[in-house]
Design a protein around this ligand. Structure first.
Ligand code: NAP
Length: 200
């Protein structure tokens, strides 16, 4: 059985927990403060021991520093999933990561012993919860350098189509795609309940 720890219980954390429960995974959810979560998951607070082999950072980009600091030396060997769209919310006109890089690459540099994946950032939370983007299945694009890590994530969730988008370098493109989708929804060119999909 897959085991997954989700840090953060907001829109994305809750939707991803739903996908993991649907797959029959053991789910742990860690929050900043003790809070009520789905009774099927094991609840805890940030700093508690991580029980999942797959760890999803369902957090704002700005919270990563704190949370990775809290788990310094304790994430080696884990599949560490970055879902952020590191948007510069002051301008809503660029990302805050260096040109050509990505939040996921920064995390991999900071936690070299973890197997970092970029995933979920190109899907709005509502489409993860429903499994649908219009008439199409929700696609979760995954970038990372470790094939086993990608397979572990794919088997820990169900209800969405998981597609291998290539190496961790592709996190740069996934973050650009996530940013573009955000600008389209914010500009009311599309809605927060749809977004990009892959047609067969
Ligand atoms: N929403 C989407 O459709 C969507 C789509 C793609 C990617 N994303 C990305 O997914 C991530 C999460 O987005 P979201 O919409 O789920 O946000 P959200 O609903 O605001 O949830 C954020 C979660 O992070 C927790 N958190 C914030 N700062 C923290 C800290 N310093 N330490 C520990 N926990 C902290 C919050 O806890 P509290 O409740 O205690 O504040 C909350 O549980 C973001 O990086 C976003 O860019 C979102």
């Amino acid at each position: 059985m897959s085991s997954i720890t989700i840090i953060g219980a907001g829109n994305m954390g809750s939707a991803i927990a739903g996908l993991a429960l649907a797959a029959g995974s053991q789910v742990q959810v860690l929050t900043r403060e003790a809070t009520e979560v789905d009774p099927r998951v094991t609840a805890g607070t940030v700093g508690d021991e991580i029980t999942g082999d797959v760890v999803v950072l369902a957090l704002p980009y700005g919270a990563l520093d704190d949370v990775l600091g809290a788990y310094a030396g304790r994430l080696d060997g884990k599949v560490l999933v970055d879902i952020t769209n590191p948007v510069d919310f002051a301008t809503f006109d660029s990302l805050v990561v260096p040109a050509g890089s990505s939040a996921a690459a920064q995390i991999q540099e900071r936690v070299p012993g973890a197997r970092v994946l970029k995933a979920f950032n190109t899907s709005f939370a509502a489409t993860l919860a429903t499994g649908q983007v219009g008439p199409l299945p929700t696609t979760v694009l995954v970038a990372g350098d470790d094939a086993d890590a990608k397979a572990a994530l794919a088997s820990a969730v169900s209800g969405v189509r998981v597609v291998d988008a290539g190496s961790l370098k592709r996190a740069h493109e996934l973050e650009a795609l996530g940013f573009l989708q955000l600008t389209l929804a914010a500009g009311e060119k599309t809605s927060w309940t749809t977004g990009f999909a892959l047609a067969e």
